[in-house]
Design a protein around this ligand. Structure first.
Ligand code: IPM
Ligand code: MG
Length: 376
């Protein structure tokens, strides 16, 4: 049994709808497995701008800091899109990542065979694709010095050795548990920061992870290879903006933006878990959004922040079974709404868990006696 304080940040657009399903899933799991999940909901993004005039209210940040894990829906939408606006919803998310030191963003991509037709990539190229992008999340162009004049603007890109080493170490440790193949994606033929990434990464892998195969690849080539031979990747490590772009591209391998979860982790402290898709304002409030990326983000949280890897696997399996059975939202070819697709996942979990309970409830000696009486 696990006790955890979890902060829920529904955010904007479809965020609240998919968060409601995450909450229902956590309530079910707590009851089935005897955990105590204390859930506290706080505003972020556009919703927080509307409520208190800030995209990351200090009370939201404080709640996040004291929790064991954080779940986020999505932020942003046309209502707050005015480029002249002083405060934007996205700033709240970026500030949260930075304040909590969440430098490693894990974005796994494992296309489901039943969805090969939903992907714009040819099915034979998708066979065996199982990759993990580790995106640096608190540095680079996102957080560099900015200059914004009427006719001139500048975004500085800057990385230190320490920033590179900590995220490469995290990616390398993950590669060690997988196929031991790490690809560094950079633009070392043009960018000074990329040349630093390459030098530091090569030395670190040689020194600390000699059992790994390190490959270096320019980002333009990587964009091409992700489409032409995606199965050749295992773990990709890259800087912030390249990771942002490549993970939207990689999402299309799995057929829908509505399927990919992510985890943002720091050295210690709570992790932040969120789908990689946006707030999809066109789908908001219509019971149309795919809830699976959110539910799979819950699974990543169970594994990485709450030490419940087995429970995480069961959630993943329940989602996979729903996909196999065509119990999906329209983006994956199904006919279910957000609520119904999520309920189908919970139903499968409940079924699987009641079977498990039967197994553990019967004492082994009693089971033996039962078996004997059955065969007698
Ligand atoms: C993502 C998103 C964010 C990013 C936006 C909303 C700021 O695209 O998480 O990939 O660029 O990091
Ligand atoms: Mg993005």
């Amino acid at each position: 049994m696990t006790t955890a304080l979890i902060t829920l940040l529904p955010g904007d657009g479809i965020g609240p709808e998919i968060m409601a399903e995450a909450q229902a899933l956590l309530d079910d799991l707590a009851e089935q497995e005897g955990h105590e999940f204390v859930l506290q909901k706080r505003p972020i993004g556009g919703a927080a701008i509307d409520a208190v005039g800030q995209s990351l209210p200090s009370s939201t940040l404080a709640a996040c800091r004291q929790s064991d894990a954080i779940l986020l829906g999505a932020v942003g939408g046309p209502k707050w899109d005015d480029p002249e606006a002083a405060i934007r919803p996205e700033q709240g998310l970026l500030q949260l990542r930075q304040e909590l030191g969440l430098f490693a963003n894990l974005r796994p991509v494992r296309p489901h065979p039943a969805l090969a037709d939903a992907s714009p990539i040819r099915p034979e190229r998708l066979a065996g694709v199982d990759l993990l992008v580790v995106r640096e999340l608190t540095g680079g162009l996102y957080f560099g010095r900015k200059l914004e004049l009427t006719n001139l603007a500048e975004d500085a890109c800057r990385y230190s050795t320490a920033e590179i080493e900590r995220v490469v170490r995290r990616a390398a440790a993950l590669a060690r548990t997988r196929k031991k193949h790490l690809t560094l994606v950079d633009k070392a033929n043009v960018l000074a920061t990329s040349r630093l990434w390459r030098r530091i990464t090569t030395a670190l892998i040689e020194r600390e992870f000699p059992d790994l195969r390190l490959e270096v690849m320019l980002v333009d080539a990587a964009a091409m290879h992700l489409i032409s031979r995606p199965a050749d990747f295992d773990v990709i490590v890259t800087e912030n903006l390249f990771g942002d772009i490549l993970t939207d591209e990689a999402a299309m391998l799995s057929g829908s933006m509505g399927l990919l979860p992510s985890a943002s982790l720091g050295e210690q402290g709570p992790g932040l878990y969120e789908p990689i898709h946006g707030s999809a304002p066109d789908l908001a409030g219509r019971n149309l959004a795919n809830p699976f990326a959110m539910l799979l983000s819950v699974a990543m949280m169970l594994e990485h922040s709450l030490g419940l890897a087995d429970t995480a696997r069961r959630v993943e399996q329940a989602v996979e079974q729903c996909i196999d059975a065509g119990q999906t939202t329209p983006d994956l070819g199904g006919r279910l709404g957000t609520r119904e697709a999520a309920a189908a996942v919970r139903q499968r979990l409940a079924d699987a868990n009641s079977k498990r309970e039967h197994r553990v409830e019967i004492h082994p000696l009693r089971a033996r006696a039962l078996a004997a009486s059955n065969t007698a």
